[in-house]
Design a protein around this ligand. Sequence first.
Ligand code: SF4
Length: 166
Amino acid sequence: GGPQILVSACLLGAPVRYDGRAQDLRAPLLDRWQAAGLVVPLCPELAGGLPVPRPPAEIEAGAQGWQVWLGQARLRDAEGGDPTAAFRAGAEAALALVRRHGLQIAVLKEGSPSCGSQRIASGHFDGTKRAGEGLTAALLRHHGVQVFSEHGLEAAEAARLALARR
Ligand code: SF4
């Protein structure tokens, strides 16, 4: 038992990424959390109604996830489409799930326009990243969730243990 953790579904091997692939970290800590029933998986983009595969999308250059949430910026996909509404719906679904399960910790895939917590794409579809956070990461943080990436599993575990001791 103990506090559960929201985890990006693609980090758990679910083939939900835009290109139909998974990340599948195979990290021992993730395996332990799963075995203990602590993992609540979600792909915000699927939850928001996007299909697999889908064209890659980026938050417009210079903007951050929270600005998209506030309606001050948009996303664009590689085919020129505007998937902003689906990304917003996905972030709302993540927040609803967090509330339903009382989650205070999330481990989200770095670099994604939804899940990225430190890095996001440039917005120019040039393969480069910049400092920033995606829409779901921003919304969850705003509501007090501690958001980590797959590079911060140990920190997430420390946060989980600290919560469990409360
Ligand atoms: Fe879904 Fe987030 Fe993984 Fe993208 S990074 S496939 S939105 S879980």
